[in-house]
Design a protein around this ligand. Structure first.
Ligand code: ARG
Ligand code: ZN
Length: 877
């Protein structure tokens, strides 16, 4: 069934308080829910009470203490409806029975390892008990959990701990938790299990002591130390940057191995995919550490942006997600290098969100219709949502942005808000009309910005015309111009930055170098320009748009040398690489010899020589665009094989030309001393990884020997994995030996084994599909574990373009098989895997002809989940 934004109605009933009594049992958990209900003055008078359920078994219902007869309600697994409901406030007591062990969807109450845990966002609470399972019903929860003491010595729920104790003679015990902050049901959580714990504490800015705890598998407590450190830094940062203080007496995090997403911000009890909690130098790469830091921060920041202020309905998901992603990106930028953080955030956006926005699954940041809300936890809602908040800050400036945020927290604390509510705070704080800006939330598609510059040597003026256009997306054939903040600078002949003067721009625009493009075109004539300038456009990636066409090669080379915006220097290097690779694709198509990329190679040599100043930045700038970048940039009739050979060709050219430079850099960045996961150490290791890859590209034998040595001697996972990826690409016995050694060394360590599975799935060789199929019968492979499925099948479908898109359709058949096998067990995961095909229409015709019937086959399955059906249907539309 379609749910539409325009159909929103306030609930007919409110639930002020919930008292839950959960008696944990593997297959028959008993849930008694006592609800304090009253009619909503804003609801329909006399309306029946219809509570949501999902696969529930009802045991009994009592109204104000009186057991209801079967004729007084209707109960199905999906709903509990009472027609005769008092007009005065009343208490409804509902008893249900659920089977956590049989819950393979990982939504509701389920088992991960030996623990009980919950996931209620978006609509999992209704899998525990009948409820008004919608985010605008806010209640105060008291949760009593009871369990066998030996099985679940640890019992946790939201809020602050209350009474606990043993139930003598039964082997069972209980704990009561109370959360004083009214919250929607999606933020409910409980955990029961035998877990290890790392404890710490935090003193808030007003001097309150908070007890912090991270619960993990026994024996892994030490691996939670970095997460704990990140948590404390997040708590401090939110105080300093946003004035937000933590509000409960305790903050608990539980790491589980079976989780559909990254983590969940349940009030006072965050539940995490353990991938984003556990990290040690031997098991986690620098990227993993950064992931832990970012996700810990993200979930913590939700306490204010998500929990204290929540969403009125699921169409407003970006209200909490886009804003919270923006906040975690800013946190990481402050903890590490701002430039490198920006580059990697934009890479992420372009990798997943741009293709989504350009394909059949495109939707506005605030969608106006959905069939399955779980399919809208997308890069568009999260990452493009964050870009909108960033643009808002860019447009109004840091100070006004902070004043608007303060107003938001003041006005909407304790409320379920909308995107309009959010924007109204910034409009009121600045006196600015944001109605046009708001279009970013409702219009899908990535705007394309183009520029045209004309230099007049006599007048010493430079006329710049900026244009924007957005292509149609599903359901939105006509597009309007949006408000685009364009950060720009002009550079002169000698690389000097020019002062901006123009009668066509506001003084503040000229002073800040930030111009608003809110019509389809804008012409700005700059004056006192001594010679034809180079334009550095969209500095810092000031808006989530595509720039087309990319600047000329000579201009890019100049920008790479002189731009003082590090993002645009990186962008110049990427654009040069793209040009060089596409030139190779063209040459191959015309059967002519590969063109050489001297200018680009020379620029890389300079970058490598100067890498010591900022190794992390240099590593980013020295990295070639990925195959996915290439596929996205070529836009249509994508031929993965042609892109792959062109990319490998350029890589070899660079490797040969820069071999001595790469060897020198490899030696210079040789790590010594103990591993530290900070940005500086990570930057050095990243650069060394890039150098190793260049050496292997230029001289495979030399690179192979070096990689083998690095692999054997590695003192941390970053160095070990960079060596293993080099060996994976080189192939041969050395590769297989390394994979075997890696497996033996880390047998039983599931997070490390995920890397072992993923890296094998990305080997760009014909035999890989067979290898993946073989690995699916490996004793360590399990369809029930989302991380493992994503590691093997997700990596294959998303990061191995030549194999996944093989012309014998073996990759497509494999994905189809896995999606259909997974669908009845874990529909969310199946649907997510299927969205690997989000850009299928941009492929060349032969591949499209192979994919379409497979999508139809999936869509035609009887009993297919709503999740997978929704993706398949939209992909085909
Ligand atoms: N709110 C969580 C986060 O972004 C994500 C939960 C998504 N869950 C889901 N079933 N779609 O931190
Ligand atoms: Zn989130």
């Amino acid at each position: 069934v379609a749910v539409r934004l325009v159909d929103y109605r306030a609930p007919d009933f409110l639930i002020d308080a919930v008292a839950l009594d959960v008696s944990l049992d593997r297959s028959a958990t008993r849930v008694v829910s006592k609800l304090s209900i009253r009619r909503n003055p804003r609801g329909v008078p006399g309306a029946p009470l219809a509570l949501d359920g999902d696969e529930l078994t009802l045991i009994g219902v009592r109204l104000d203490g009186r057991a209801l007869g079967p004729q007084e309600y209707t109960a199905t697994p999906d709903a509990l409806t009472l027609t005769a409901v008092p007009d005065a406030a009343f208490t409804l007591e509902i008893e249900t029975r659920v089977d956590p062990a049989a819950n393979t969807q990982l939504s509701g109450l389920y088992r991960s390892g030996s623990a009980y845990c919950t996931q209620c966002e978006a609509e999992g609470f209704r899998r525990i008990t009948y409820f008004l399972d919608r985010p605008d019903v806010l209640s105060v929860y008291t949760t009593r959990i009871e369990a066998e003491k030996s099985e679940a010595p640890v019992l946790l729920a939201n809020g602050n701990p209350g009474e606990s104790g043993d139930l003598p003679g039964t082997g069972r015990h209980y704990a009561i938790w109370h959360d004083p902050f009214p919250k929607p049901s999606y933020l409910f959580a409980l955990v029961g299990g035998d877990l290890g714990v790392l404890r710490d504490n935090f003193t808030t800015m007003s001097g309150r002591e908070i007890a912090l705890a991270i619960y993990v598998e026994h024996g892994k407590e030490e691996r939670a130390a970095y997460a704990m450190d990140a948590l404390k830094r997040s708590m401090r940062w939110d105080e300093e940057k946003f004035g937000r203080e933590y509000d409960l007496d305790v903050f608990n995090i539980v790491a589980v191995s079976d989780f559909n997403m990254g983590a969940m911000e349940n009030k006072g009890l965050n539940i995490f995919n353990d991938k984003y909690v556990l990290a040690s130098p031997q098991t986690a790469t620098d990227a993993d550490y950064a992931g832990v830091e970012g996700v810990i921060a993200h979930e913590y920041f939700h306490n204010w942006t998500g929990n204290r202020i929540t969403c009125r309905d699921w169409f407003q998901l970006c209200l909490k997600e886009g804003l919270t992603v923006f906040r975690d990106q800013e946190f990481s930028a402050d903890m590490r290098s701002r430039a490198v953080e920006r580059i990697s955030d934009v890479r992420g956006l372009r990798l997943a969100q741009f293709p989504e926005d350009a394909g059949p699954l495109a939707h506005p940041v605030r969608p106006d219709i959905y069939h399955e809300i779980n399919n809208f936890y997308t890069p568009t809602v999260y990452e493009k949502g964050a870009e909108i908040v960033r643009m808002l800050r860019t447009l109004i400036g840091d100070e006004d942005f902070r004043r608007g945020m303060d107003l938001y927290f003041e006005r909407f604390d304790g409320a379920a808000a909308t995107v309009e509510d959010f924007l109204s705070c910034f409009a009121d704080a600045t006196g600015r009309d944001l109605s046009h800006f708001a279009l970013w939330y409702s219009q899908a598609g990535t705007p394309i910005v183009s520029i045209e510059g004309a230099y007049d040597p006599d007048a010493k003026s430079f006329a710049l015309t900026l244009r924007q256009a957005t292509k149609p997306t599903p359901g939105q054939p006509e597009k309007k111009p949006v408000v685009i903040p364009v950060a720009l600078a002009l550079f002169g002949e000698n690389g000097e930055k020019l002062d901006l003067a123009s009668p066509d721009a506001r003084a503040d625009e000229l002073a800040r170098g930030l111009f608003e493009l809110s019509e389809s075109a804008r012409r700005i004539v700059f004056e006192n320009v001594p010679s034809r300038p180079v334009v550095s456009l969209l500095r810092g990636f000031s808006a989530p748009v595509r720039l087309e066409p990319a600047p000329e090669r000579a201009d890019l080379e100049r920008l790479l040398a002189c731009d003082d915006d590090p993002f645009n220097r990186w962008q110049a290097a990427q654009s040069l690489a793209l040009r060089a690779i596409f030139a190779r694709v063209e040459a191959a198509r015309a059967d002519s010899p590969a063109p050489q990329a001297q200018g680009y190679v020379a620029a890389l040599r300079t970058l490598l020589a100067g890498a010591d100043a900022d190794p992390a930045f240099a590593a980013q700038a020295l990295s070639l665009p990925s195959e996915i970048d290439l596929a996205r940039e070529s836009g249509k009739d994508v031929d993965p094989d042609a892109l792959f050979s062109a990319r490998m060709g350029l890589r070899a050219e660079i490797g040969r030309a820069l071999l001595p430079d790469a060897e020198a850099a490899y030696g210079r960045f040789f790590e010594s001393g103990p591993y530290r996961p900070d940005a500086e150490g990570a930057g050095r290791r990243a650069l060394r990884g890039v150098a190793l890859d260049l050496i292997a590209a230029g001289d495979p034998q030399k690179g192979g020997a070096l990689a083998q040595r690095q692999f054997a001697a590695a003192g941390n996972m970053t160095d070990r994995l960079s060596a293993l990826s080099t060996l994976a690409l080189l192939g041969g016995d050395a590769r297989e030996d390394a994979f075997d050694a890696f497996f033996r060394q880390f047998a039983g360590d599931h997070l490390v084994l995920d890397k072992w599975f993923a890296l094998q799935a990305t080997i760009p060789e014909p035999s890989t599909t067979e290898r993946v199929i073989r690995l699916m019968s490996h004793p360590d492979f399990a369809m029930t574990n989302p991380n493992r499925v994503r590691a093997l099948i997700g990596a294959f479908a998303n990061a191995n373009l030549t194999r996944f898109h093989a012309l014998d359709a073996s990759g497509y058949d494999l994905l189809t098989r896995v999606v259909l096998e997974l669908d009845p067990k874990n529909p969310q995961l199946a649907a997510r895997l299927l969205s690997s095909l989000r850009a299928w229409r941009t492929l060349e015709p032969r591949r499209r002809a192979l994919i379409e019937p497979r999508l139809r086959h999936i869509a035609a399955q009887e009993g297919l989940s709503a999740d997978t059906r929704d993706i398949a249907t939209r992909a085909l539309a």
